[in-house]
Design a protein. Sequence first.
Length: 349
Amino acid sequence: MMIEKTIFGKLPDGRKVNLYTLTNKNGMMLEVTPYGCRIIRLLVPDRNEILGDMLLGHKTLEEYLGVNFQGSFIGRYANRIGGAEFTLGGKTYTLDKNDGNNSLHGGTGGYHQVLFAVEETTDGDEPSITFSYLSPDMEEGYPGALDMKVKYTLTAGNTLKLEYTAVSDKETVFNPTNHAFFNLSGDYQKDILSTVLTLNAGKTTLISDDLIPTSEIADVAGTVLDFTKGKKLGDDMFSEEKTVAMNGGFDHNFCVEGEGLRKFGEAYEPYSGRVMEVYSDLPAIQLYTFNQTAGLYNKDGSEMKPHTAFCLETQYYPDSPNKPEFPFATVKPGVPFKTTTEYRFSTKK
């Protein structure tokens, strides 16, 4: 199928930002922009084969500027690093404190703020687009010049495939993810309380009051964080359990056993019949249920409301550079890094 390119807007410094539309052979459609490698729109059929947009997001480029992670590629380190610092090779690196005393999603100037280059586009039954960026040594405090590529593919089987590759000239930490805000109903105003989530994760990282892991890994069995058998997000969204209550919903890291590309879980939305399965080769996934909004607006101009989307961010555990007991590997000089995440879409009657 064809890949269409249009103008999305201009950055404050005058640089033009394009919007690319990819369509697979089934009519599934993906809109992306090089600004933060953002996924703007993802049109997927429901049980009646009616296309709907799976993602919360904004109408204009200007609304994505600043501290806005919606739909963005996240890095250099997704999630939080406690105290906004870590030690590597005997040297301590100080990061941007953009989340209280901690660093979140790469800092204020993280990859959500970067205008990537378009490296390649491929049309056909499985269209793809590849973005690239050379993140300079010490950008946002991280060591090493990191040469990255971000590839998005729409497969013939209605899968959104995300591939991240990188090479660094120095040892560094790298934890890439995508921060898409999903609503499988296709209705920006409909809450996600009836969405049924199943996670193949029997453990979670316990957290302090500022959401930094304590190093303790706990079983989820018998707790509000147990999604192993599948349950509606609304069942325990308003629980009095401390970490859920203080977040106003879920914002938790779940540990997925095994190695290689494997199924992390699935979300089912009974209103539309849509199912989204998540596969990845990383060790964990963050569930976030859009607990707070701050004057954000949907693509149709309506005001965004809490709990109208969920994020399933595949990742390394938060604060892994400071937790040697967590499963994590630094990127060594000249040694290629690669990871893959897939969001597979289907329907149930």
